[in-house]
Design a protein around this ligand. Structure first.
Ligand SMILES: Cc1cc2nc3c(=O)[nH]c(=O)nc-3n(C[C@H](O)[C@H](O)[C@H](O)COP(=O)(O)OP(=O)(O)OC[C@H]3O[C@@H](n4cnc5c(N)ncnc54)[C@H](O)[C@@H]3O)c2cc1C
Ligand code: FES
Ligand code: FES
Length: 1304
């Protein structure tokens, strides 16, 4: 194979020779589009989510060994794969042949809901097992650290993988002391009667000898042919891969500007997201000279081409070979490497690349610099050694090297006696997250004294590049440090003295909080004082659900923990998502062009250049829309494409359609829009209130006389809390394919949405055709959480215009950054008595709705409807207002505003407790509804099950004893505090607009006895299809295996309600039940004639459509009364955290949840909803932060900037119990809706953090209520803890700085 071809193996045994490999093509699109292997998914395109994980195997001729490693296909250039074998999820197992144990176990453990992350999870685990068939739990959590899942909450995935560990797999069912594996049983209930998700004995064994072998042809090729230079010419870029150092030097001398692409983890994202074009790329991954490792008496030289994983293993091997005093730098580096990026990133990212990329917050550079490391560089001018010190890093992404110089290797010295090296990273999320601050510190004491002979301190994240704290070092040198006393003075000195140079570095993120960083970071870096948290593992959690009645037939699947019906297909990558649909002949790709101004007139739109570009077919503007140019939501019109004015950054203006995605993207970049800025854009709630910029209607509800009641109370307290917005971050971005049928204006729309009917209506009115010409198909949705309703309909309308105008199929799949761009403080008063009884409360809820109305007034409504939550406050008033601002429009998220509103209410309870100096749970308990009660909208209900959940949760979590233990812990620890909280929820189920609570089902029984069920719910991971299958199974008296659900489509079931409001099973379940019952009765005469005949004999073909109307729900806002919900779902959660008060980092030690979901139709599916929603809540309240620039630009547009919970955030012990003996007469088989309610229970972690912070503040002499906004990020928790150090940081004067991000 000569120049221009790349040969690699794809493991479903494909020998792939790609003769026209384009250097800009990554493995992911190649697999998906060219090879039609769609199991590997696109989630972010930047190495941040793990959905695209594959395993790469390479033969190493020098050692005659084969290495296997996981990698992100989205950053893996196709040209780099010559001679490699790539294993994708399709390669390791399939339903047609044999599934792999990893696929089986993740599926059976219920680790797959929407399934979009599942192939990535499978491949990360598979790659681990190829290297280590019996991993430890630590290996598993490390391997999965870079794989995000938005649905499951990770616990079930970890449980599935745990079955590969040899370590004890005790389920903790008997409590920690009494292991079930010892055969000792809990007295309460015989073990065998507890419903099990899966039987470990039934699992396929892992047999490493059965794994795919490395292709012998590739070994032969590597052993027999001498490597040659490879050159690839693409449309815009040429790729040269030299094989010798000499050749590399010559190439670099000739093309000094050409980057050296090794792992492509810096260059790749730059090219993709910033549009940087490198016409020539040099890829030295086959130059052996860059991979050599050699040891000298002074230290070790590590080849600059070595991956960070290789560096880690080199150092790990060296550490035990030398006395500890010699390996200080090695160990410090390894500590950093353990948390740098993800395994997939570390497997490809090179050491040289990391150094030369000179990230401001690089993990390695501060230690390499503090540790006296150096690099050996080579060029046509010769070889030289350059120390890695303050002179090396010269600016953002810049080092002192000449452009033609190549880093050959890096020298890491042995440490000397008396020398200590420490490393720090402080990140928004512990794993798979770039750090905010990093530090490397080396101190050398004079022999047998505490006098500092030499010291160097380097920080990352404090300026545009790695910086040296030179002044501080100078001040410390030759001083005597006597721990711990003098260390404290040293700290004080470093942070606050005039020579504290770090204070004067502009923070990497602006000037609002520069001085807090060195304080927290420095403390963290001195483990002798801090006792850093040792590694802790996620324990097997306990999930307890109700067993089915002993009389229930074995064939009846209702109430049993049946696996998600598509879990195996999802785990094998066979499950088809919208963008997996094969390309249609002539298909075009659509890319939207959005506004770059928050509030401006459009003065010009020039598409001429875009139309000239290769592949671009057309540009769609509002003038092209044949029908309605606006969508109407809540009475407001929203333009589909802006015509003359824009009201936020990210608003869609036009759309480019081209033959490929790459061409459409280039076309979109070439569209020129000119603007005239309009004055005074509104970004914050305060600005909106000042200018009365609202969306109507604003809602008010009240009971009692709040004003009068305030006059009678002992105390009044006024507080405020802000809660940040939350991104849906469904793993599958917005995806759709609109296909013109070619006849009588008929269109098929394949789409990922929660509401097919809305899409059908939207497309029809946009194209000015009747709804009967549009059929909307939804096979499955890769996560939605409220984000695939209204926004999706706008995008579908635009895509349909393109399909109509070009008369070709048009696909639109948003990139992660686009998706996040296009897609949301309130003072409240409370009056209470000295004993804690709350007499009056007055709430103000403001929602920052963005530039269009969307569903915001409904969200504000729901906040007001839920503001009583579990409490019977006799005088209660609340106003809900949706504010109109110049930020991208917000839409509803799981919980529809309730999790946001209730945080305000529970925070008020906390404030009352703090004012009175008593535990918050006492105030909660005292004010709860008891006995037959009436809500503030005059709806009668019985809170008995709420109180049962509360008591059960207190009992299960051993709340009282643990609170005592926590107090003791806090007395004994100054810098670490624990906190605990227990939080209830009462959540109304159903749509408060009655007409939405209807559903329909179409059940076909075919002649062969197989049954096809169609209903109005869309499957997005919540398991609605699985539950419908169970319901049909019960009603038709046949096993679930005879029942199939193909898709949701508007031509089988019309006028559906959205799959939202936790009402999917209630509504559609009743429809399926009724349809099945009618069919079963029709078969009655036949069955009577032949009572012993089988189902197959009894059936005749029939089609029946039955429409079922749900409860008539309403709210009369004038009378302030109504029945907005069919019933309530109750739950209580208790969480305990441990907080590092000096850094604000925390870990959830334990969470116990008790939920009343009536009689569950499928307890394992419901358990998944509870855990997944809880983890989303944990993200909302403690982690996920949307950041906007002062000009309204969303900074947090991908997994690199926006952190959703990862495996490292799962509570170390996570127990979920379903309330036994509960009933619900208002829903199918006495079950209850569960999709949304438990998201709010994630706030128990927020309040536990607040509890721990209160303990820290108490040590600082601060008592009483304090402000902690949500999310309680490490930074906020650290500052709220008010340690003596942060207290000394002077607050920045308003107006003295330009904030980096807005407080919206
Ligand atoms: C999702 C993600 C998470 C990450 N998380 C972290 C993190 O937590 N901490 C952290 O520190 N980093 C992190 N990184 C950054 C990552 O470590 C670096 O991008 C990586 O080390 C760069 O190496 P590379 O081989 O991929 O470089 P490439 O992208 O291949 O090249 C980067 C640059 O280095 C130059 N270069 C490469 N090798 C040489 C050489 N031998 N001589 C001269 N120049 C050379 C190239 O010319 C190019 O300009 C993350 C990256 C991603 C994508
Ligand atoms: S798509 Fe590759 S890591 Fe997200
Ligand atoms: S199952 Fe993991 S993202 Fe949906």
């Amino acid at each position: 194979l000569g120049s221009g071809g790349v040969l690699f193996y794809l493991f479903i045994f494909l020998n792939v020779t790609e003769n026209h490999a384009d250097p800009e093509t990554m493995l992911l699109p190649f697999l998906r589009q060219k090879m039609k292997l769609t199991g590997t998914k696109y989630g972010c395109g930047g190495g941040g989510c793990g959905a695209c994980t594959v395993m790469v195997s390479r033969y190493q001729p020098a050692t005659k060994s084969i290495i296997h490693y996981s990698a992100n296909a989205c950053l893996l250039p196709l040209c780099q794969l010559h001679g490699a074998a790539v294993t994708t999820v399709e390669g390791i197992g399939s339903t047609k042949t044999r599934i792999h144990p990893v696929q089986e176990r993740i599926a059976k453990a219920h680790g797959s809901q929407c399934g979009f992350c599942t192939p990535g999870m499978v491949m990360s685990t598979y790659a681990l097992l190829r290297n280590k068939p019996q991993p430890t739990m630590d290996d598993i959590t490390q391997a999965l650290a870079g794989n995000l899942c938005r649905c499951t909450g990770y616990r079930p995935i970890v449980e599935g993988c745990r079955t590969f560990c040899q370590e004890a797999n005790c389920c903790q069912a008997n409590g920690a002391a009494n292991c079930c594996l010892n055969g000792e049983k809990n007295g309460d209930e015989p073990e065998q009667e507890k419903p099990q998700l899966f039987d470990k004995l039934d699992l396929l064994p892992l047999d490493p000898t059965q794994e795919l072998i490395f292709p012998p042809e590739l070994i032969l090729m590597a052993d027999t042919t001498s490597p040659q230079t490879l050159t690839f010419h693409g449309e815009r870029v040429t790729w040269v891969s030299p094989v010798s150092l000499e050749e590399l030097i010559q190439l670099k001398a000739k093309h000094p500007k050409a980057p050296l692409v090794m792992g492509n983890t810096n260059i790749g994202p730059d090219m993709k997201f910033k549009g940087i074009l490198h016409p020539l790329i040099i890829s030295p991954t086959r130059v052996k000279g860059l991979f050599e490792v050699s040891q000298t008496p002074q230290g070790v030289w590590v080849g600059a081409g070595c991956s960070l994983s290789e560096l880690h293993s080199v150092l790990e091997k060296l550490v035990p070979q030398f006395p500890e005093e010699k390996t200080e730098v090695f160990r410090a580096l390894n500590r950093q490497l353990g948390n740098l990026g993800s395994v997939q990133i570390r497997n490809v990212a090179s050491l040289g690349g990391n150094i030369v990329s000179a990230y401001p917050n690089s993990d390695l550079n501060p230690i390499l610099a503090a540790g006296n490391c150096k690099v050996s560089v080579i060029s046509s001018g010769g070889r030289r050694e350059v120390p890695l010190n303050q002179d090396f890093f010269v600016g953002f992404g810049k080092v002192i090297l000449q452009p033609e110089e190549i880093v050959v290797s890096v020298f890491i010295p042995f440490s000397r006696k008396g020398e200590f090296v420490q490393a720090l990273r402080h990140a928004p999320r512990k794993e798979a997250s770039f750090a905010t601050v990093t530090a490397g510190m080396r101190v050398m004491f004079s022999e047998s004294s505490r006098v500092v002979q030499d010291v160097s301190i380097y920080y990352g994240g404090m300026g545009p590049t790695t910086v040296s704290a030179a002044k501080t070092c100078q001040a410390i040198i030759r001083r005597s440090l006597c721990f711990p006393l003098n260390f404290r003075s040293l700290l004080y000195f470093i942070t606050f003295s005039p020579c504290a140079d770090l204070l004067f570095f502009p923070s990497g993120r602006g000037t609002t909080r520069p001085s807090a960083k060195p304080t927290t970071s420095f403390w963290k870096s001195w483990p002798s004082l801090l006792q850093l948290q040792e590694g802790r593992e996620i324990q097997p959690g306990l999930q307890e659900f109700q067993p089915v009645s002993k009389d229930q037939s074995n064939h009846d699947a209702v109430g049993r923990p049946m696996m998600h019906r598509s879990a195996i297909s999802q785990a094998t990558g066979e499950a088809v998502y919208c963008d997996d649909l094969p390309k249609i002949e002539g298909e075009l790709f659509l890319m939207v062009v959005t506004s770059s101004r928050p509030h401006a007139k459009i003065t010009g739109l020039d598409v001429s250049e875009a139309l000239q570009l290769p592949g671009v077919v057309d540009v769609i503007t509002t003038k092209d829309i044949p029908g309605k140019k606006v969508r109407t939501f809540c009475g407001y019109n929203e333009e589909l494409l802006a015509e003359s004015e824009v009201s936020c950054i990210g608003q869609m203006i036009c759309a480019v359609v081209a033959d490929t995605k790459a061409h459409a993207k280039r076309g979109a970049a070439a569209v020129k829009i000119s603007y005239e800025d309009l004055p005074d854009p509104i970004f914050t709630i305060e600005e909106a209130v000042e200018k009365s910029s609202y969306f109507e209607p604003r809602r008010l509800l009240q009971r009692g006389d709040v004003t009068e009641a305030f006059k009678t109370v002992d105390k009044v307290y006024e507080g405020e809390i802000r809660i940040g917005g939350q991104e849906h971050f469904y793993m599958e971005t917005q995806s759709m394919l609109v296909v013109p049928v070619g006849e009588e204006m008929e269109f098929n729309v394949y789409i990922s949405t929660q509401w097919p009917t809305l899409i059908q209506d939207a497309v029809a009115e946009t194209l000015n055709i009747a709804s009967n010409r549009v059929t909307c198909h939804v096979k499955r949705v890769g996560g939605a959480f409220g984000g695939k309703v209204t926004r999706t309909s706008v995008l579908a309308s635009i895509t349909s215009v393109a399909a109509w105008k070009t008369n070709r199929a048009v696909r639109c799949v948003l990139e992660r950054g686009e998706d996040m761009l296009i897609t949301g403080g309130e003072p409240s008063s409370v009056g209470f008595m000295n004993d804690g009884k709350i007499v009056a409360a007055d709430f103000q809820f403001f929602a920052n709705s963005g530039n269009t109305v969307d569903e915001s007034p409904l969200v504000a409504e729901k906040m007001v409807l839920h503001m009583d939550t579990a409490y019977n406050i006799p005088n209660l008033r609340g106003r809900g207002t949706a504010c109109k601002t110049n930020l991208p429009s917000n839409t509803a998220f799981r919980g529809f505003g309730v999790p946001q509103g209730l945080l305000i209410v529970e925070n008020m309870i906390n404030d009352v407790a703090m004012v009175l100096g008593c535990p918050a749970d006492k105030i909660r308990e005292m004010n709860m509804y008891r006995g037959p009660s009436t809500t503030h909208y005059k709806f009668e209900f019985n809170p008995e099950n709420l109180l049962r959940c509360w008591e059960e949760c207190k009992r299960r979590s051993d709340y009282s004893a643990r609170r005592g233990a926590i107090e003791q812990f806090n007395e004994q620890n100054r810098w670490k505090k624990r906190g605990i909280s227990i939080i209830p929820i009462k959540y109304g189920i159903a749509f408060s607009d009655g007409f939405l609570n209807q559903a329909a089902a179409l059940v076909h029984i075919y002649k062969d006895g197989s049954v096809l069920v169609s209903h109005g719910g869309t499957e997005m991971g919540q398991g609605v299809h699985t539950k419908m299958q169970q319901i049909a199974s019960r009603e038709l008296h046949i096993p679930p295996s005879k029942i199939y659900i193909s898709e949701t489509s508007t031509n089988t079931v019309p006028n559906t309600c959205p799959s939202a409001a936790s009402f999917g099973t209630d509504a559609n379940g009743m429809a399926v039940k009724d349809a099945c019952q009618i069919l079963y009765q029709r078969l009655e005469p036949i069955r009577k004639k032949n009572p012993k005949g089988t189902w197959e004999i009894a059936v005749s073909d029939c089609i029946f459509l039955f429409v079922l109307r749900g409860p008539d729900l309403y709210v009369d806002w004038d009378k302030m009364e109504g029945q907005p919900y069919a019933y309530y779902t109750y739950g209580v959660s208790c969480s305990e955290v441990e907080l590092d008060c000096l850094t604000g980092e925390y870990r959830t030690l334990r969470t116990d949840i008790v939920v009343d979901i009536g009689k569950s139709v499928n307890p394992s599916v419901d358990m998944g909803q509870i855990e997944g929603a809880f983890m989303q809540g944990l993200g909302l309240y403690t982690l996920e932060e949307l950041k906007f620039s002062p000009f309204g630009l969303l900074y947090t547009r991908g997994p690199s900037q926006y952190k959703i919970p990862a495996v490292c955030d799962v509570p170390l012990q996570f127990n979920v119990y379903l309330l036994p003996d509960s009933d619900n007469p208002y829903a199918i088989y006495s079950s209850k809706g569960i999709g949304e309610p438990t998201l709010f229970l994630g706030s128990s972690v927020f309040f536990a953090i607040k509890d721990a912070v209160a303990a820290a503040r108490s040590d600082s002499g601060l008592k009483g209520p304090f402000s902690l906004n949500s999310p309680a990020t490490p930074e906020r928790a650290c500052l709220a803890s008010a340690s003596p150090f942060t207290q000394k940081v002077p607050a920045s004067k308003p107006g003295s700085f330009k904030p980096w991000a807005l407080d919206i």
